[in-house]
Design a protein around this ligand. Structure first.
Ligand code: GLP
Length: 236
């Protein structure tokens, strides 16, 4: 594990965007696993700047996102499809038809989950997976559990996750209670993993996830077994 401590969110975002753009430079037709949440916003803003300055070309890149709320369609302003379109895809030269986010409104959610794993396989797997981390150690929406779930699956969100994510919704009751998430199999089979976290509030979970025992009660801790993991943490 390459654990990098930085002093500011700005530095974290600069480093993360450099790693992502470096991946695209060495493999222009790579598959990027992308994440939502507030942590990647700074990196996405820097990627947009670099793309506008023609320093990085996304025309042959494919992307696959980690998760989506069940019941929100892509036009809902809290859906992860909407987040990705508005915070990244619309502003760079990626072909939107090469961007994938689970369909939270699929009529058959189990079939959607199976199809998502088939999609990951058909793309040849993920070259670089970007992750944030939840306060309870979730990655994607893989919540603490008694075992690591391998496949893409439907999850019931923990109360603490609903509480944390309610800041984006009008009321807590508006937060969907379930979501689709890529499983640990998809994440762990990515060739490289980059996890970013910032803020004093994430310090405890970062210590538990990367310097404590590997346990499904702290889902991110399985990343300690990944052969090419970079973690960037800024306390500020
Ligand atoms: C959500 C997402 C995760 C993300 C987490 C942390 O629950 N499903 O993929 O890592 O939030 O978000 P933030 O970066 O806003 O702390």
């Amino acid at each position: 594990m390459n654990f990098i401590r930085v002093n500011t969110y700005e530095e974290l975002s600069t480093r993360a965007s450099a790693i992502i753009c470096g991946q695209v430079a060495i493999k222009p037709n790579c598959v990027l696993g992308l994440a939502t949440g507030s942590s990647p916003l700074g990196a996405y803003a820097k990627i947009i700047e670099k793309n506008k300055a023609s320093e990085v070309d996304f025309s042959n890149v494919k992307s696959i996102n980690l998760d989506e709320y069940v019941g929100l369609d892509g036009d809902h302003d809290q859906s992860y499809r909407y987040f990705m379109n508005n915070n990244l895809f619309k502003h760079i030269n990626i072909d939107i038809s090469n961007t994938y986010v689970p369909n939270g409104c699929a009529s058959d959610i189990d079939a959607e989950c199976r199809a998502y794993d088939e999609l990951i396989a058909s793309l040849g797997g993920i070259d670089l997976q970007l992750l944030g981390i939840g306060y309870d150690g979730h990655i994607g929406f893989n919540e603490p559990d008694t075992y690591f779930e391998k496949a893409t699956h439907k999850v019931t969100l923990d109360d603490s996750t609903i509480e944390a994510n309610s800041r984006f919704f009008a009321t807590r009751d508006d937060v969907p209670k379930t979501a689709i998430t890529m499983g640990m199999g998809g994440i762990m089979s990515a060739k490289k993993v980059l996890l970013i976290a910032n803020g004093k509030g994430k310090r405890d979970i970062i210590e538990r996830a990367f310097f404590g025992p590997i346990t499904p009660e702290v889902p991110a801790s399985i990343l300690q077994l990944h052969p090419d993991l970079t973690v960037i943490y800024s306390e500020n």
